[in-house]
Design a protein around this ligand. Structure first.
Ligand SMILES: Cc1cc2nc3c(=O)[nH]c(=O)nc-3n(C[C@H](O)[C@H](O)[C@H](O)COP(=O)(O)OP(=O)(O)OC[C@H]3O[C@@H](n4cnc5c(N)ncnc54)[C@H](O)[C@@H]3O)c2cc1C
Length: 426
């Protein structure tokens, strides 16, 4: 592609374009898959390997009904414990607290009562069509078996814990999301491995999970390559623009010419976006998993432990315990004690759980303070589309992002209203 300008006329006509997608996580892979389905000349640029980032080790939950903003009224009250309690589900490392402070203040502001309903609507719009949006790209890659529509169960140890979450369940109900409260005995029918001390739970029948998140990204990328797309290994360090094309500059000096660029580099997107004049307040919320290859128990569906704030997901090659939030930036070494704390809780709540051969992992959730991603044109050059910041829900929101990006590249009316995700909202 280097140096070629043949896409420019097509760009003007809205036809076949040269599109470079930066980042081969689930978001970049879904964008590239949609663009390739439409016949564009797609090049995926990846610094390491497909699914090198957050998309490999997540809990895999596919949650069309996930619409509760991470910051809600009352968030400020909880903030001091984030710094003071070293082993809580959410921590800010003391050495990183000052760096994270401006982001945390915006996060608290996004939880104001007059903002959360609008954010919940925008999350619902992006997550609701997840199954419909995965369908064409999974079918093209013959990867349908990687996504199971099993439902998902959230479990509560006390009636009081459920009561304190009731308002959020009603927020979901008002948005047409289906859920059913399940009492203790029925819980154990659904998940016999669960300890007897859970009072109740909530079943979300429309939910599901990806049995191998890394495998899904790799299958999408492999399919695009066999359809003629390119995968270039290299780290994008700059995007230059002239009137007839964009030039993506890689770390080793190589240049790729394009008519459109999609920036989908997850938690690493901020510096490139800044070079394009977009000051996006992107922060990493680090999360951990412990993957158990011989768990000795069976779960028929993902179980989310409300009090522990983590998931247990039955993956194709074992059981994965995943969750926790740590603010410590992109460079600090992982603290795998956080992953092992998940095992302590899971050992109590899933008696008989086998921990032999467990492996740990840490990944970077790309998070914006208002719980929404950015999807849309960069303010300085609308030929560059930003698609990052999918936070805790990227496996769920990636396919709708891919479809929106394909709509934007084609210049047609987007299939959902993209205005809540516009990059210039900050
Ligand atoms: C513990 C944990 C549990 C989670 N559970 C769930 C869940 O159950 N359900 C759900 O929906 N979501 C979940 N998530 C969130 C989800 O994993 C993320 O939102 C999603 O993976 C983000 O995808 P991404 O493609 O934006 O980023 P990433 O997967 O991080 O991909 C970014 C890619 O860009 C590459 N890159 C970076 N910089 C450059 C550059 N300059 N040039 C070229 N390439 C570059 C990286 O190498 C990487 O491969 C979870 C996350 C964590 C950490």
């Amino acid at each position: 592609m280097t140096g070629a300008t043949h896409g420019t006329a097509a760009a003007a006509a809205g036809g076949r374009l040269r599109v470079v997608v930066i980042g081969a996580g689930i978001v970049g892979a879904c964008c590239a898959a949609y663009l390739r389905l439409e016949g564009h000349e797609v090049t995926l640029v990846e610094a390491e390997a497909p699914a090198a980032g957050a998309s490999a080790g997540n809990a895999g939950a596919i949650s069309p009904g996930s619409c509760i903003p991470l910051s809600m009224p009352g968030t400020l009250r909880k903030a001091p414990s984030w710094v003071l309690r070293k082993d809580g589900p959410l921590v800010v490392r003391p050495g990183y607290a000052l760096t994270a402070l401006p982001w945390l203040l915006r996060f608290v502001a996004a939880g104001r009562a007059d903002r959360v309903d609008g954010i919940a609507d925008a999350l619902r719009a992006l997550h609701g069509p997840v199954h419909e949006c995965y369908r064409p790209i999974l079918a093209a890659a013959q990867a349908q078996a990687l996504l199971r529509r099993s439902g998902c169960l959230v479990v509560y140890r006390s009636a009081a814990a459920f009561a304190s979450a009731r308002g959020e369940w009603e927020m979901r109900r008002r948005r047409g999301i289906d859920w059913e409260k399940v009492d203790g005995p029925r819980l154990r029918e659904l998940v016999p491995a669960l300890a007897p001390d859970f009072a109740c739970g909530v079943l979300q029948p429309d939910h599901g999970y990806v049995v191998d998140p890394r495998g899904l990204v790799r299958r999408l990328v492999a399919q695009m390559r066999s359809d003629g797309a390119d995968l270039v290994q290299g780290r994008a360090r700059d995007i230059g623009s002239s009137s007839d094309r964009l030039d993506i500059v890689l770390d080793d000096g190589r240049k790729l010419a394009a008519d459109r660029v999609v920036l989908a580099a997850g938690a690493w997107s901020r510096p490139l976006a800044a070079k394009l004049g977009a000051a996006i307040p992107l922060e990493t919320q680090r999360g951990y998993h412990l993957h158990l290859r011989a768990p000795r128990i069976d779960l028929p569906l993902p179980v989310s432990f409300a009090e522990g704030k983590f998931y247990a997901t039955p993956m194709s090659d074992g059981l994965r315990l995943a969750g926790t939030v740590e603010f410590a930036g992109l460079r600090a070494a992982p603290d795998y004690r956080r992953a092992h704390r998940l095992a302590e809780m899971a050992g109590r709540w899933l008696p008989g759980l086998g921990l032999d051969g467990a492996s740990e992992w840490m990944g970077h959730r790309p998070c914006l303070p208002d719980s929404l991603p950015v999807i849309g044109p960069s303010p300085r050059d609308p030929r560059v589309l930003l698609a990052f910041g999918h936070g805790h829900n990227g496996m769920t929101s990636a396919p709708a992002t891919g479809r929106l990006v394909a709509d934007m590249v084609a210049g047609r009316r987007p299939f959902i209203d993209p205005s809540p995700y516009r990059p210039d909202r900050f």
